[in-house]
Design a protein. Structure first.
Ligand SMILES: Cc1cc2nc3c(=O)[nH]c(=O)nc-3n(C[C@H](O)[C@H](O)[C@H](O)COP(=O)(O)OP(=O)(O)OC[C@H]3O[C@@H](n4cnc5c(N)ncnc54)[C@H](O)[C@@H]3O)c2cc1C
Length: 435
């Protein structure tokens, strides 16, 4: 007997579509990042049935560790848990019984390939303190202001310090950065990582959550009694739905809602665009970087480009160079060769040209080109920090929104993703309770 192409395809589709039982959980969660997994775990703890629908072939979203390329864990996305005393994401470590590794990064400053003199270190600290004071004052006078209007660099050291606020910390240029959204963020200290890599920990933490991988949601229809979730791989329905995809995905589509999202929420999505921050990781054939393990190096290159790197991570012959904002966007456009070139030049200026011939491996992230992220995290445009609360509102009673972008305090970070997932699960539970 021959199998027709049509029959073959329909059998194939049936094999991959949702099994009958999974198709009617209490809650469907869209996206298996930290927010989606936190929501799922909360609902499961309350004895509700859940199914997470994930477009990628893995869980973790923007928290993902490459454990094979370098022989040490390289977090392609989130690595640090900042403000460890109050960060909601510390719950992941507690739940998994994992010890936080305190960040003891020693920081060195280089301008044009030469280490800055001692006095400049003290001045750099003062610039940071003054910058914070200026932003607080500006926010006392106005509800919001672009950071670039308050922090105007007068010399190279200030330019470097302000780059550490804009592109190299927030992933956007100072002129596009909302002072209110930036200052909402909690202090970064103490900062922790985990030995296996944060992405690897998130993958273990979420391993027991039921997830349908490789199913991209394109439409959510809440016009009937059950909420219908349409994916590229079949459809399913639930009593409630939690949407955790990044704002970049909501803005770019295809991702439709019936009834349509209200104008206020559409505006919130537009005003919480994705910032861009990438990592360029390199390893070398032998020891060419003469520095203590895990040293943080920041500076300005001879071409006056700000850079930020960690050299000798895990005491290996390696380095991770960070790029953000316009420069990151440009390097993504130019391709991985350009990104590699920038990182190698910045390091060669400091540690010598010898390292150019010793590159062993490299890995370069391109979060802006990633169709399921479309950037690194959400950053409010000036005047729109409060739009996070608009985005967090339920849509049509049974569709809830979570994800880092929706958290008023911890947005942009895994802490925001975690807290928002728990919050959305609580909202969904309230609706299920009413039924
Ligand atoms: C380079 C980089 C460095 C970072 N560093 C840090 C750090 O050190 N510390 C920190 O706290 N934070 C950091 N972050 C931010 C942190 O990674 C995010 O805030 C957090 O992981 C977001 O989690 P989330 O669940 O909200 O979103 P995501 O992790 O993006 O989860 C959303 C999920 O939805 C899926 N999805 C998208 N579209 C669809 C669709 N149509 N259908 C189905 N599924 C879909 C995605 O594949 C994804 O898995 C970093 C991010 C990047 C990119």
């Amino acid at each position: 007997m021959t199998l027709s192409r049509r029959l073959f395809l329909s059998m194939l589709m049936a094999g991959t579509a949702f099994p009958a039982r999974a198709a009617e959980p209490d809650v469907v969660i869209v996206g298996a990042g930290v927010a989606g997994l936190a929501a799922a775990r909360s609902l499961m703890a309350a004895n509700k049935s859940v199914l997470v629908v994930e477009a990628r072939e893995r869980i973790g979203g923007r928290a993902v560790t490459d454990s094979t390329t370098f022989g040490f864990p390289f977090d392609l996305g989130a690595q640090w848990i900042e403000a460890g005393r109050s960060n909601p994401a510390m719950a992941i470590l507690r739940e998994m019984n994992v010890r936080p590794v305190p960040d003891r990064l020693e920081q060195a400053i280089y301008i044009g390939g030469t280490e800055a003199p001692k006095e400049e270190y003290a001045r750099f600290e003062k610039i940071a303190i003054d910058a914070s004071r200026k932003l607080v004052e500006a926010l006392r006078k106005a509800p919001d202001v672009p950071v670039g209007r308050v922090l105007v660099a007068q010399d190279p050291l200030e330019r470097l310090a302000y780059a550490m606020v804009g592109p190299l910390e927030s992933g956007v240029e100072l002129g596009e950065l909302s002072a209110r959204d930036f200052m909402r963020q909690p202090e970064t200290e103490p900062q922790y990582s985990v030995a296996e890599g944060l992405g690897a920990l998130v993958a273990r933490w979420g391993a027991k959550v039921p997830v349908k991988l490789g199913a991209r949601v394109v439409r959510i229809d809440s016009t009937s009694a059950q909420v219908l979730v349409v994916t590229t791989n079949g459809q399913l329905s639930a009593k409630a739905v939690i949407v955790t995809v990044p704002t970049g995905v909501l803005a770019a589509g295809p991702f439709g809602f019936a009834p349509q999202l209200g104008a206020a929420r559409r505006e919130a999505i537009a005003q919480l665009p994705m910032a861009l921050y990438n990592k360029i990781a390199l390893s070398f054939g032998r020891k060419v970087i003469d520095a203590p393990a895990g040293r943080s190096v920041i500076g300005l290159t001879r071409k006056d480009q700000a850079f930020d790197a960690i050299v000798r991570p895990y005491d290996r012959d390696a380095a991770v160079v960070f790029v953000g904002g316009e420069q990151a966007r440009q390097l993504e456009e130019e391709g991985t060769g350009a990104a590699l070139g920038f990182a190698m030049s910045a390091l060669a200026e400091i540690y010598g040209n010898e390292l150019r011939g010793l590159l062993a491996r490299s890995s370069i992230t391109r979060w802006g080109k990633d169709p399921f992220a479309r950037g690194s995290w959400s950053m409010a445009t000036p005047g729109n920090a409060d739009k996070r609360l608009v985005l967090a509102q339920p849509h049509h009673d049974r569709v809830f929104f979570a994800g880092e972008a929706t958290d008023p305090v911890w947005a942009t970070r895994v802490g925001g993703a975690y807290a928002s997932g728990v919050r959305a699960a609580r909202e969904a539970l309230a609706v299920l309770g009413k039924k």
